[in-house]
Design a protein around this ligand. Structure first.
Ligand code: ATP
Ligand code: MG
Length: 854
């Protein structure tokens, strides 16, 4: 659809106003052009025997005005007439301009207000699957930025274009009527002016665009920095962000300077061209006027001084419309692009929310859910996410959906409110035995309540937010819901109680409070089906307990589908469904699944066992049952646990998963009698038999795993590997069938001395240049220089004059930290934990050797 058609269609109801505006533009341009004439009358009248003014009725008017200005002959009359005419035309032009601009602005605003309302409504009705494939920022831009482009074009561009074209045509026409030869001379500069205007406006536009882009970057860096101020401080990124900001800001300055420079050249250049044109016309015209010679071969009439004056004023009148036309190319291109982008969205098929009058079915559903042979993929050709799911959840039953991330849990629940639809023939979802496609969407959705991981509240009061669940609810019902959701007391403690304002999507409440308000909202809604998608995942243990209590109030007597990763919350449900790769892999009661030694039991094993409160009764048995044996005939191995340099225990790797940690249930348990043990998490790491190899994995532990001084997430174990799980606690991997000798453990100090007695040897270019005992908890390192106040001074130009590196005693280990990192074993790392004998490079050919002192 063309842009013109788009405008025509969307200006429906305002067509007449547009026609009036066009007619008024004609009148306005006419008044503008004619307002040059009065001056001509006066000038020409000073010369004798000139007939002007000679329009119809002119003589009568002259005679009338003669009485006011007593001059010789008709001169007074002509002056009076000319001045009055000039005033009248100027006033008319001003009035017409006012009406025109008013109409244009009015029509422009009406157009965009109507369009943006339609677009917003349309956007809200488009399906989640459609939204899922778009960028939100881009859609917002269509509702705001693109509307502004359209409005600008209609309000400014259209009037300017029309009056520009009319002015150019009118001026040239009227010039030609008066004197064709002078017109030809005058119009010579038009193409030149046109080229300059076009080239410069293009250049300025491009530079401004680049400037705006740089401006956008500046704004987005600033917004990002303000929004993430905590992360910036936590990671010491102030300097980095400042550099980013400075770079963008300098780019903006540079582009702005270029745009400004072009802008500055432009006006004087146009003025110069106009001045040259004017000079030529003055020269030729004045010659003709004074000599009485006709100009050129085309017209026999000589030019009058009045005519010359008119031509000069016409010449300046040509320039503004030409500028407007150049500006218009930008306006119209962006408006046409905006129209396309708006139309693109408007043409998308929306969901039908209204209940058709023909609908005779129930409005309140019972909540019996059946997924029948569901296959599903996102988009046209994405991979299958659900692969033949069959699941029946009778009314009032509660099921938990568990499974690894990406197994399809959310996708499965999203089918229920039809956020995503199955393709015909790819299975069906039924509620109360009826395909959900048969229910009007609004009825279907009003029967389902959803509580997500992090509930977003709307700006308004707490009351507004709870009543969203059911706007017709009374305050009493609302309070009851809040009480059931265990949030009433918290609300009452807030200044204003239920009228307390919620700002910034509820960021002025804690995560747990937000969740409980969302639960109160869901309770008030009273839908028979409840979907809970990890409602406690973003909360800490205490908030989780509160939210779980609140959920008790919500789920009573309803059909509940609860997705959870916290298996400890699964105990209360009727059935557990384990999804794996889009299929139901296990299904049954909690008790049944936990005794089956399948996926669920394994998940439980690595999770629940570390909740010390529950460990005894429920989890110990899973630990024992996960007894699958690895085929390790060619990789018989064991882990030796070294504490303070002494091997205190060994464990043969005889299961597919072995756990390491502080609590008793682990396969490899760190003895508690060592002070470093508190650095070891309850579940610290796992050793898994993967792809015929033993792999150690960090289990989100506090201290982490260190190999060769570097923090690692996982590592395929090699014979002799020493992995630190805390200062002075090391796991040594020993492969029995390997020929490689296991490095002997470091000679231990009798007791741990804090800090560890040690020294560093300093080597420059392979020569020992000094040593320093680590006798302070922080030692600074810098280049050797006079009056330097650093602990270790190194004679090398590669070392900085200010603190280049530090050696610190931290968490029971000696660490070396470099301002620009340090090199260990060929890798640059920000810091390195010293082990006896380690050699760390601070710069090329500058090495520190660490030695433990007995
Ligand atoms: N909007 C989407 N577009 C394309 N693919 C998607 C979309 N949403 C999910 N997927 C894909 O579908 C698969 C299943 O995702 P789903 O969100 O259902 O998993 P989940 O079991 O809920 O995982 P989690 O526990 O992490 O929430 C994943 O592979 C995911 O990448
Ligand atoms: Mg999910």
């Amino acid at each position: 659809m063309s842009f013109a058609h788009f405008l025509y269609r969307n200006l429906k109801g305002y067509h007449l106003l547009v026609v009036v505006a066009i007619l008024l533009t004609f009148a306005q341009v006419g008044a503008d052009i004619l307002s040059a004439y009065p001056l001509k009358f006066i000038i020409d009248n000073t010369a004798p025997k000139t007939p002007d003014p000679a329009f119809l009725g002119a003589q009568e008017l002259i005679n009338f005005f003669k009485h006011f200005i007593p001059l010789n002959g008709t001169k007074g009359g002509v002056i009076g007439l000319a001045v009055t005419l000039f005033l009248a035309l100027s006033l008319l032009k001003a009035l017409l301009t006012f009406v025109l601009l008013y109409i244009a602005a009015f029509v422009g605003k009406q157009l965009t207000s109507r369009l943006s309302k339609n677009l917003f409504d349309h956007l809200q009705r488009l399906s989640i699957s459609w939204h899922g494939q778009r960028e939100h920022g881009d859609l917002v831009q269509r509702v705001t930025g693109n509307m502004a482009d359209l409005e600008k074009f209609v309000a400014d561009g259209l009037v300017d274009t029309l009056s520009g074209v009319l002015t150019i045509v009118g001026v040239i026409g009227i010039m030609a009527c008066n004197n064709i030869s002078l017109t030809l001379v005058s119009t010579v500069i038009i193409p030149l002016l046109g080229i300059i205007v076009y080239t410069y406006t293009r250049g300025i536009r491009a530079a401004t665009k680049r400037e705006k882009k740089a401006e956008g970057q500046v704004a987005s860096i600033a917004t990002e920095a303000m929004g993430k101020i905590m992360e910036i401080k936590a990671f010491n990124l102030e300097h980095f962000m400042f550099q980013l900001f400075t770079k963008a800001s300098e780019k903006r300055l540079e582009e702005g300077r270029k745009a400004g420079s072009q802008q500055a050249q432009f006006t004087p250049l146009v003025d110069t061209i106009l001045a040259i044109g004017t000079a030529v016309i003055i020269a030729i015209g004045a010659y003709s006027a004074t000599s009485g010679q006709p100009l050129g071969p085309l017209k026999g009439e000589p030019i009058t001084l009045g005519m010359l004056a008119i031509f000069l004023s016409f010449l300046t009148k040509l320039y503004q419309p030409m500028r407007n036309l150049a500006k218009l190319t930008t306006l119209s291109t962006s408006a046409a692009a905006a129209a396309t982008r708006i139309e693109e969205v408007m043409e998308e098929q929306t969901e039908v929310l209204e209940v058709p009058p023909s609908y005779k079915g129930p409005t309140r559903l019972r909540g019996d859910i059946a997924y029948e042979d569901i296959y599903f993929c996102y988009g046209q050709s994405g991979p299958l996410v659900l692969k033949g799911v069959n699941l029946h959840i009778p009314t009032g039953k509660k099921v938990a959906l568990v499974g690894l991330s990406g197994s399809g849990k959310t996708t499965l629940t999203n089918m229920l409110p039809r956020f995503y639809d199955t393709l015909p023939g790819w299975g069906s979802v039924k509620i109360d035995g009826v395909d959900i496609n048969q229910y009007p969407l609004s009825i279907l959705r009003q029967n389902i309540s959803i509580v997500l991981q992090d509930s977003i509240l709307f700006d308004g009061t707490i009351r507004d937010n709870i009543k969203i669940g059911r706007p017709t609810a009374t305050d009493k019902e609302m309070i009851q819901a809040a009480e059931q959701a265990c949030i009433h007391e918290t609300i009452m403690k807030k200044p204003g109680g239920y009228d307390a304002k919620i700002i910034n999507q509820g960021k002025n409440l804690s995560g747990g409070q937000r969740q409980r308000i969302a639960i109160a909202r869901a309770i008030l809604r009273g839908a028979p089906i409840i979907i809970l998608d990890e409602p406690t995942a973003a909360l800490d243990v205490e908030a989780e307990a509160e939210v779980l209590r609140a959920l008790d109030g919500l789920v009573e007597d309803r059909t509940v589908l609860m997705i959870t990763h916290r298996l400890s919350t699964v105990g209360k449900v009727d059935e557990v469904i384990v999804l794996k790769d889009g299929r139901i892999a296990e299904q049954g009661s909690y008790k049944k699944l936990k005794s089956e030694n399948g996926i669920f039991a394994n998940l439980l094993k690595v999770q629940n066992i570390f909740d010390e409160e529950e460990e005894e009764e429920t989890t110990w048995s899973f630990m024992r049952s996960a007894a699958e044996r690895p085929d390790t005939s060619h990789a018989e191995a064991e882990i030796q646990l070294e504490v303070d340099g002494k091997v205190v225990s060994q464990r043969r790797l005889n299961k597919v998963v072995l756990t390491i940690g502080r609590v008793e249930q682990n396969d490899i348990r760190v003895p508690r009698d060592n002070p470093a043990t508190h650095q070891v998490s309850r579940l610290h790491a796992k050793i898994l038999w993967k792809d015929q190899q033993w792999v150690i994995e960090d289990a989100d532990s506090k201290f982490g795993l260190y190999y060769n001084g570097q923090k690692i997430e996982e590592r395929v174990l090699q014979n002799g590997d020493r992995i630190s799980i805390a200062p002075t606690i090391i796991l040594i991997y020993v492969q029995q069938k390997s020929a490689l000798p296991v490095p002997p453990p470091i000679a231990p100090p009798a007791r741990i001395m804090l800090p560890q007695k040690a020294q560093v040897l300093i080597e420059v270019d392979g020569k020992l240049v000094g040593k320093r005992e680590l006798d302070k908890t922080v030692l600074t390192i810098a280049r050797q220089q006079q009056n330097a106040n650093f602990d270790i001074l190194i004679p090398s130009r590669f070392i900085g004059r200010t603190t280049h590196a530090q050696i610190v005693w931290e968490n029971g280990v000696w660490l070396v930290k470099g301002r620009n990192g340090v090199r260990y074993n060929g890798d640059v790392v920000p810091q390195h934990i010293f082990n006896n004998g380690d050699c760390v490079y601070l710069a090329p050919s500058v090495a520190l050797k660490y030695q433990v002192l007995q």
